[in-house]
Structures are given as C-alpha cells and as structure tokens.
Design a protein around this ligand. Structure first.
Ligand SMILES: [Zn+2]
Ligand SMILES: [Zn+2]
Length: 306
C-alpha cells in the first residue's frame, strides 16, 4: 500500500513538473534542433521532417498522459474530417513553397520585383535572423488572420476552423485549404519580399508549424512567463472560445506583440476553462470535408443573422 501510494505521488509530481516545464522545454528543443539543422551537416529538410515526427509523437503522448480537458480527447477521437485536413496540410505547404520560393523567388532574376527590400542581413547569426523574420511575419499574419474574422467574405471560409468545439493537436490543420495556404503563404511572401534566405524560411515555417500544434493541443501545459510575450496556448484557446472576448482577439502568430500593438491581446486570469468553443447557435456548420468545401458558396444556409 505504501509502495503504491509513493509511486502515485511520484507520478503526480512527474506530471506537475511536465505541466510546468514542457512548453518551454519543447520550444527550446525544437529551436535548437532546427538551428543545428541550418548549421549542421545534414539537409535541413531531413532534420525538420524528423523533428516534426518527433513533435507529433511527443504531443500525442502528452495529450494522453496529461489532458487539459479530458472530454476533448486526443488522436483516438479523431474524425474523418480531422484526418483529411491533417493529411492535406503537408501537400498544401509543399505547394506554397514550390509556387512562392521555387517559382516566384527562383525566377526573380527575370522579373526583379518580388524582393521589395534589399536590406536583409544574411550574414547575421541564424537566431537573430529568425527573430527578425518572426517579428515581420507576425505582423503580416496578424492582419491576414484579423481580416479573415472581420471581412465577411473571408470569414465564410475561416469560420470552418472556428467550428471546432474541442481542440487537440490533430486539429491544428483543420482549415479550409485556401485558408491554410494563405496563412503560410503570406508569411513566406513577406520573407521573400525582405530577401530572407531559403533555410531561414524553412526554419521559420517549421517552427511556426510546431507552435501551431502546441496551441491546438489538448495537453495541459502551463505557459507561465511565456504568456507575457508569446501567443501561447491560453491565448489561442481564448481565440477559439465562443463566450469570452478572446474570440475577437489574439490574431497573432508567434509573439503576442502584434496583438499588443493593435489592442487585441486577451488572456483571462483564470485559464482553467475556455468552454464553450466553436461557433454560436446562429451557425449550422456541416461536419464533413466535402460539405465544408461548399460552405462559402452556400453561406445563407450556414449562417443566419441573429
Ligand atoms: Zn481565427
Ligand atoms: Zn486555431
């Protein structure tokens, strides 16, 4: 009995340690691996793909071991739509890289107008370049995301991401295809406009993808002091809530600086629950991918004015 009790306490304290430090630990680990990917001997694409697989396995494990809201579930509760959107994300990302980096930036010597500024410090330390790039991309993505909420025509497709009534890692890519293409693509375009190198673009996009997985995960990770400057998990859960003012806030991507600058940062003191999530009762959103693809074109049947 005593042995059982002490192993239970050991398990509890291991869980509370992980709750407290895993968020920062994962961000730091991913940063170091990608940095090594840029500086090290192996192609960055291999390193980033390997890291991505490790991250998926790690976050799934955390969702099962320390769920934030047990009723949201984890990968075992995945619907066909969850899996379809998840599988679509990688080819859509490859497509935006091919079109923007491969075709548009790769042929820049013929048209010259993609790189708007010729000031990028390509010789600066990699982490400094990553920081600069993230600050720039954050502003571009902030406005794109905010417009998808405020411009009715764009909300017609972004609303599909907000139809999620529970969050788990696999749902990080639950977006209308053009929405996820533009979210990543606008960041890539901003980097190309500043003349950022190919490897820094990959570094930024993969790192942003990992923070996206964390922000949608159902793992109970406390962000602590990261809440002050990152658009951390609580910020994004608030963004998905129906009742809290957070649904009109937290449009930023990595840092919460853009939300602070434009007055839309919101994080409640009590982060124990953000429910209910999703859309209010004026929406009648279908739950299959094929029907969701048609949503922007039959909006009158999806949303009735309150
Ligand atoms: Zn949104
Ligand atoms: Zn989201």
């Amino acid at each position: 009995m005593i042995g059982q009790a002490s192993s239970a306490t050991l398990g509890d304290s291991a869980q509370s340690l992980v709750r407290r430090y895993a968020y920062g630990g994962i961000l730091l680990f991913a940063l170091l691996v990608l940095w090594w990917g840029v500086e090290g001997p192996y192609p960055l694409e291999y390193v980033s793909n390997g890291l991505y697989v490790v991250m998926l396995a790690l976050i799934i494990g955390l969702e099962i071991w320390i769920p934030y809201t047990p009723s949201w579930g984890d990968i075992r509760k995945a619907s066909r739509a969850d899996v379809t959107y998840f599988l679509l994300a990688a080819p859509l990302d490859a497509l935006q890289m091919f079109l923007l980096v491969g075709l548009v930036a790769g042929t820049a010597q013929y048209h010259h107008y993609i790189q708007v500024f010729d000031i990028w410090p390509s010789g600066a330390p990699v982490l400094l370049q990553l920081l600069l790039v993230t600050l720039i991309v954050d502003v571009a993505k902030y406005w794109y995301h905010r417009w998808t909420h405020e411009v009715p025509l764009l909300w017609r497709y972004h609303s599909i991401h907000h139809s999620l009534d529970r969050l788990e890692m696999l749902r990080a890519s639950y977006f209308y295809p053009i929405d996820i293409f533009l979210t990543v693509g606008i960041g890539t375009l901003a980097m190309i406009a500043f003349g950022v190198g190919h490897e820094i673009i990959i570094f930024h996009n993969v790192y942003a993808g990992i923070t996206g997985l964390l922000n949608h995960s159902n793992a109970d990770l406390r962000c602590g002091f990261f809440d002050h400057f990152l658009n951390s998990i609580g910020h994004h859960r608030a963004h998905h809530s129906v009742g809290l003012p957070g649904s009109q806030s937290n449009y930023g991507s990595f840092f919460n600086l853009a939300d602070r600058m434009f007055g839309t940062r919101y994080l409640p003191e009590d982060q124990s629950s953000f429910e209910p999530l999703g859309l209010d009762e004026t929406y009648d959103m279908p739950d299959t991918v094929l029907k969701q693809l048609a949503v922007p074109f039959r909006w009158q049947r999806i949303h009735r004015a309150p």
